[in-house]
Design a protein around this ligand. Structure first.
Ligand code: MN
Length: 499
């Protein structure tokens, strides 16, 4: 275990030489003592679990406080240590993080009744608002627990996998930690849908293999071309996660036809600046023609709601095979992989005195796109006054938001009083434009229905529908919905509507 600990220290040194290594060592020794002789069902010592968790935290480049809390996160629950002792030994901040992780651990998010679930989800978000690092520790903890889930009793496996797929994976996605979201989904997949998992795994293997070969060829071609243009870049292949492949295959337009999925393995090009991204797009289109009906998605100009930024283009690649190419800067890449953790890190660097120049443009996605996360971060910052005031503030802030689910289990936060139309526009403007009906928890409702937290919302669309109805303006509450609906009437001749 000493060896793993050394590895951890090396990793931390690579991004934060000023970390408090003494305190980290102290936390490690403390945890070794507390969990001495404790073996997990997987047969491995608890200490190894703790090290696995903090190695993930170090991947996210988290600070000493988070690392200490990561090492101590099971001390209260499984080690019988009092929270007071943790606070006395390691300070208030570490104490609060450990407390937060313990509290979230006590919440059963799935498998409980609906009402309880929503209440628990709220509690979790409140804890999260208090300090985002709590959730990052919890996600790393859940990630390792999922890797050893096979050793738990069957019933527990199902509950935990369900909770992972229903809450933690969407949460990771929402925080922009896409890579972790995909890993969590893939770990939960076989426990919840064993037959589909087995089927898709064996059925897709040759396709992955084939695509990988094409990507290898493409890689060489593009590198050569970039060299000619004197653009420096790194090129790699990215295989789609199995769960997300399965979800895509189930989409009606795909009809379970894997040949219609072009990003099975995508070609990823990392360059150093936004300018180089667009230059590289030009180079790509010079050697491979874009596929007309697929087009280019410019998530740099228009980031996804979780802040994801990249350019995607689908092209006729080597041997005429259709492939997806993703182009982004190194920084966007890190953000895409580590999401909020990356933001947190850059924020930290900034307070640590790293110049703005090094933090360059585009560290933070446009405000509006990250509103939910930003709000959490803001709350976190506001939490400095008296405890009572803080409690009120946090609950009040949540009171005005509701959390609803898509049929796939994605969580969306909306203002209170939101309607299915607000929900539809929050997902995609086209979904809003084509909406003609809605189901909430499986029952048909009117489009002006007021949603509640925990509702599962499904939007029914019609291809024939040309656009939104003007009277929707009388009941929608989100700015996005209003803007999109108005846009439609401005562009058509029916302008003149006053807001
Ligand atoms: Mn744990």
């Amino acid at each position: 275990m000493e060896k793993e600990f050394k590895k951890l220290i090396e990793k931390i040194k690579s991004y934060d030489q000023g970390a408090d290594f003494e305190e980290i060592k102290k936390a490690f020794l403390f945890a070794s003592k507390v969990h001495q002789g404790q073996i997990r069902r997987s047969g491995e010592p608890v200490l190894r679990h703790l090290l696995s968790v903090v190695l993930v935290l170090a991947d996210w480049k988290l600070d000493s406080t988070s690392i200490e809390a990561g090492l101590l996160h099971d001390s209260v629950e499984d080690g019988g240590v009092s929270p007071q002792l943790i606070e006395k030994e390691f300070g208030e901040e570490v104490g609060e993080l450990v407390n937060g992780v313990t509290k979230i651990g006590e919440l059963k998010l799935r498998g409980s009744e609906e009402e309880k679930f929503v209440e628990n989800l709220r509690k979790m978000l409140v804890t999260m608002a208090h300090d985002l690092r709590v959730v990052l520790i919890k996600l790393a903890d859940r990630y390792h627990n999922m890797q050893t889930l096979a050793f738990l009793p069957l019933e527990k496996q199902k509950r935990i996998a369900k909770e992972t797929l229903g809450v933690y994976a969407p949460l990771a996605e929402r925080l922009g930690i896409g890579e972790m979201a995909g890993k969590l989904e893939d770990l939960a997949f076989p426990y919840l849908y064993p037959e589909d998992f087995a089927w898709i795994k064996s059925f897709s293997a040759p396709f992955y293999h084939q695509t990988e070969e094409i990507i290898e060829e493409a890689k060489e071609e593009i590198l050569e071309e970039l060299k000619k243009e004197k653009t420096k870049g790194e090129v790699s292949g990215r295989a789609k996660h199995l769960y997300s492949l399965w979800q895509k295959l189930l989409r009606p337009e795909i009809e379970k036809d894997i040949s219609k999925i072009y990003d099975l393995v995508a070609l990823r090009i990392l360059v150093s600046s936004v300018r180089d991204c667009y230059a590289t797009l030009g180079v790509v289109h010079k050697i491979w023609k874009p596929v007309p009906f697929k087009g280019v998605s410019d998530f740099i100009a228009q980031p996804k709601p979780n802040g994801y930024r990249s350019i995607h283009t689908t092209v006729f690649g080597p041997r005429g095979k259709i492939i997806e190419v993703q182009i982004r800067t190194y920084q966007m890449h890190e953000e895409g992989e580590n999401g909020i953790a990356a933001h947190w890190y850059y924020g930290y660097l900034k307070t640590a005195g790293v110049s703005d120049k090094r933090l360059e443009d585009g560290v933070f996605a446009p405000n509006e796109k990250l509103s939910w996360v930003r709000q959490l971060v803001l709350w976190q910052k506001e939490i400095v006054g008296s405890q009572e005031f803080l409690e009120a503030l946090k609950f009040d802030a949540l009171k005005h938001r509701i959390f609803v689910f898509s049929p796939k289990g994605d969580v969306f936060d909306l203002p209170a009083e939101s309607t299915p139309i607000d929900f539809a526009y929050a997902i995609h403007s086209e979904l809003g434009d084509k909406a003609m009906g809605a189901k909430v928890n499986g029952k048909m409702v009117s489009l002006d229905f007021r949603l509640k937290s925990g509702d599962m919302v499904e939007i029914l669309t019609s291809e024939k529908k040309k656009g939104p109805s003007r009277d929707w303006l009388s009941f929608v509450v989100t700015r996005v919905a209003k803007k999109e609906i108005l846009k439609h009437f401005r562009s058509s001749k029916e302008a003149g509507y006053k807001v």
